[in-house]
Design a binder for this molecule. Structure first.
Ligand code: SF4
Length: 297
């Protein structure tokens, strides 16, 4: 079972709104994440280790959020709240604790818009509440005239293949199941799309794989896709870089040297890789007529 912890703050104001996620604020109901993706950017980064054993529920989050949102609403500081930036808001433990749902009820009461980012089918449980938020939320002042949606639901994938998912996202719901949930979100008319973060070099970032993913997602009717390349951190046993390199050695031995070269000089892939990657995903997005932004309809 997860630890239960007390926190001093739960609503975090971001320094600036990211153009992809529109994150004016973030909320992480849980600390760490039991989906255990090997590539998770939190493993070995400044956010610290990221292990299921350390999974913790912020048991006083509701009480703290109430105070924080009351203060923000009083000053008219409306903005998108992203759930979540450093965990998944619909982990398995959410079925027991219902913490994300309780937080969303408070968010609805204070009329803040939300952007849900998840890999889990449990989000369907809250469609009723998300619909209410969509109806009642107040947009941030600078977006008031844009007419954009007040709820976004983004499903995060590194692959659409269940076997590949099992290797790199061992605790997460299978990608095919995720696709089914995405379809349900779209059928319920939510403004939904996909974050392909990260695409795995030589495995899911190939032309063939990308065309297959974009075709599948276009057929489902996604409203947007955010494709991104990978960044790996750290040197410790639970950090993303060693975990990924070990998995590549075991499951894709023919790619081991290529990965070592890609990550020889730090956390980022070299600029030649990133430039080629960006050009490729831009071209394929245009080919399929798929937006890379929430602000473009
Ligand atoms: S679901 Fe997201 S937060 Fe959780 S381990 Fe995977 S990448 Fe990290």
């Amino acid at each position: 079972m997860p630890n239960e912890i007390l926190v001093k703050t739960v609503l975090n104001k971001t320094k600036r709104r990211d153009p992809w996620f529109l994150d004016d604020y973030t909320i992480n109901p849980y600390s760490a994440c039991s989906f255990n993706c090997l590539y998770c950017y939190i493993r070995g980064s400044k956010y610290g280790e990221h292990m299921e054993e350390r999974l913790a529920v912020k048991i006083n989050a509701l009480e703290i959020l109430e105070k924080q949102l009351a203060a923000r609403a009083k000053k008219n500081q409306y903005g998108y709240i992203v759930l979540s930036s450093a965990t998944d808001p619909y982990l398995h433990v959410e079925s027991k604790y219902g913490l994300t749902r309780k937080l969303l009820e408070t968010i609805h009461r204070y009329k803040f818009p939300v952007h849900i980012i998840t890999k889990s089918e449990l989000v369907t449980r809250d469609f009723d509440l998300l619909e209410k938020i969509r109806k009642d939320a107040i947009l941030p002042a600078d977006l008031e005239t844009t007419g954009i949606d007040k709820v976004f639901i983004t499903f995060s994938f590194s692959t659409l293949d269940d076997q590949v998912g099992k290797i790199f996202e061992p605790g997460a719901p299978a990608p095919t199941k995720r696709l089914g949930t995405l379809k349900q979100a779209l059928n319920n008319t939510f403004h939904s799309g996909v974050s392909l973060m990260p695409l795995l070099p030589y495995i899911t970032d190939t032309e063939e794989q990308l065309l297959n993913m974009f075709r599948t997602l276009q057929q489902l009717g996604v409203r947007y896709i955010f494709p991104a390349s990978i960044t790996l951190f750290g040197v410790g046993p639970h950090d993303s870089k060693p975990l990924m390199l070990t998995a590549i050695k075991k499951h894709y031995p023919h790619l081991e040297e290529k990965y070592k070269k890609l990550f020889a000089y730090g956390t980022q892939t070299p600029s030649w890789y990133r430039n080629a990657f960006n050009a490729k995903v831009r071209r394929i997005s245009e080919q399929y007529g798929i937006k890379n932004s929430l602000l473009e309809g």
